[in-house]
Design a protein around this ligand. Structure first.
Ligand code: 9J3
Ligand code: ZN
Length: 264
């Protein structure tokens, strides 16, 4: 319980609590104008309304090529209501490439923890990154640059760099079996395989899914993202039960790879 882990937040999880459209925390939001920040394109911060439970870990999420914050907005309240501060961002231009998106994720994290109106609600030692497509490629870039990050979740990631042995951040890569824009055979799968074998890492391939599945509310993406963020940003071992033993193939899971039990 909380006496053993000062970072755990919220009640003991169940299958239904991680699948629910909303978690236990009521969520507020505030928008960040692109005119008032540098290094990224502004966005929306979703955060637990109450301050009664102390500080929370935080996650920044980047959209993909040609896309806006709106394309990943569903993740804001869905993750924040489980007990995280979540910042969905716009990029400087919609054409920015993964390396730029990686730098923008880090600029947004720095804004969030150092200057934003919710900075006092965040534990700046417990941070993560996520992103869709080129934003997922940027997620890997951000983790490579800043090994102090606690969790990374690339969603149907796209990158020309196919090898990620430098990453030290626990990483859950989510691919889609029907992705023809970032096919898993040339993107998500080699990204996963080239992460260090000693790293806490996992590969979830969605069944019956496309490149754009991460752009709509999706319970499989949500439940494993929540579990990964809780396990590695909050050190909350109550969520290990959803990650190990490895989930079996199902109607929504084509394949799941990983190393269990987790070590960090
Ligand atoms: O962010 C993405 O959707 C990347 C896939 C893409 O459109 O690449 C084309 C260069
Ligand atoms: Zn590489």
């Amino acid at each position: 319980h909380a006496a053993d882990n000062p970072y755990e937040r919220g009640p003991a999880p169940t299958q239904s609590s991680i699948e629910a459209l909303r978690g236990p925390y009521a969520v507020s939001q505030t928008s960040v104008s692109s005119l008032l920040v540098t290094g990224f394109g502004g966005g929306t911060i979703y955060y637990p309304t109450s301050t009664a439970d102390g500080t929370f870990g935080a996650v920044v999420i980047s959209p993909g090529f040609t896309a806006y914050e709106s394309s990943i907005a569903w993740l804001g309240p869905r993750l924040a209501s489980q007990g995280f501060v979540v910042f969905t961002i716009d990029t400087l231009t919609t054409l920015d490439q993964p390396d730029s998106r990686g730098r923008q994720l880090l600029s947004a994290l720095d804004y969030l923890t150092e200057r934003s109106s919710v900075r006092g609600r965040i534990d700046s030692t417990r941070l993560g990154v996520m992103g869709h497509s080129m934003g997922g490629g940027g997620t890997l870039e951000a983790a490579k640059t800043r090994p102090s990050l606690q969790a990374a979740i690339p969603l149907t990631p796209w990158n020309t760099d196919k090898t990620w042995p430098e990453v030290r951040t626990p990483t859950l890569i989510i691919g889609a079996d029907g992705d023809t824009i970032a096919p898993v055979a040339t993107h998500a799968e080699p990204f996963y395989s080239t992460l260090p074998s000693s790293l806490d890492k996992a590969y979830l391939e969605l069944n019956g899914a496309t490149h754009f599945t991460p752009n709509s509310n999706d319970t499989t993406i949500a439940k494993y993202s929540i579990s990964w963020l809780k396990r590695f940003i909050d050190n909350d071992t109550r969520y290990e039960q959803f990650l190990c033993p490895l989930p079996r193939p199902s109607l929504t899971i084509e394949e799941y790879r990983g190393n269990c039990p987790h070590t960090s």
